[in-house]
Design a protein around this ligand. Sequence first.
Ligand SMILES: [Zn+2]
Length: 340
Amino acid sequence: MKMEGFRIFQILALLSLSAIFPVIHGWGTDGHLTVCRIAQSRLSEAAAEAVKNLLPESAENDLGSVCSWADKVKFRYHWSSPLHYIDTPDDLCTYQYNRDCKDENGEKGRCVAGAINNYTTQLLTYNSASTQAEYNLTEALLFLSHYMGDIHQPLHVGFTSDRGGNTINVHWYTRKQVLHHVWDANIIETAEERLYDSNVDGLIDAIQQNITTEWVNLVKRWETCSANKTTCPDIYASEGIKAACDWAYKGASEGSTLEDDYFDSRLPIVNLRLAQGSLNLCTICTIVKHKKLFLRKTDRLIFPRPRSPKTSKLMLSFLSCITYGSFRISHLCNHLCFYL
Ligand SMILES: [Zn+2]
């Protein structure tokens, strides 16, 4: 009886904690895993070696296994919580860095686009003796890999008042859910169940095949970002809020039941965003390659880095990690090899 009372207390404590700290993840486990697995599979030999060097031993050279690390350290690294998303003004369906990339206290640059700029900048020091010691590049790689996935989840660049769909209650078929979670995980899970024997590898293979066949021409267009000399996270974020308005929010108001119509029409968008998540890193990578990182001064903020690499690796070995990823990541990693 005593034990039962304690259990109830534990459950209540957990429930109240989740009310205080609403859960805002990026893609679910399989979404992030997909992005990182695809990205890592496209690395050149030298870049693959660089990533291997930066990954913690516990990851056993599997970037996918640590792509959700950034979600798991949110409560330890409180400062990192706002770096997973961007809140844009309700119903405008546009994103502007200067207007929108800030945390709840209005501190500029503290959003997922600012975080991508930040950790890209840190990784640029990979082979720089003078600054190498300044940053924990293992953490920089893990943060960047994760945020590159997050920024491609359309509802991570959503409206402010509904917190990217976190306060919109819907039914996913018969299950109660919030809209944000439908896009984080439910669409992907349903696709896996119906099309890939509940196996994420099938989803990864299908996306990889599309990249080399059906989307070949699109892929070329995605990669042109590098020629524009702009900070690419702003482009990904703009694409994100547009997809959120055109596909995620549409037909999914409070109390909606989302079924086959919604699933069939939105799954291609999810697949495309997962693929773009990987490919778009190439933009940053190309810039990195030519040592031209066109960042505004305000982008060069460096987020806190409270622990040493050694401690970090130790901590990582205790985490059961999962993943996400994309081409964009693989491209960045490929270009990092220039700094080896
Ligand atoms: Zn996240």
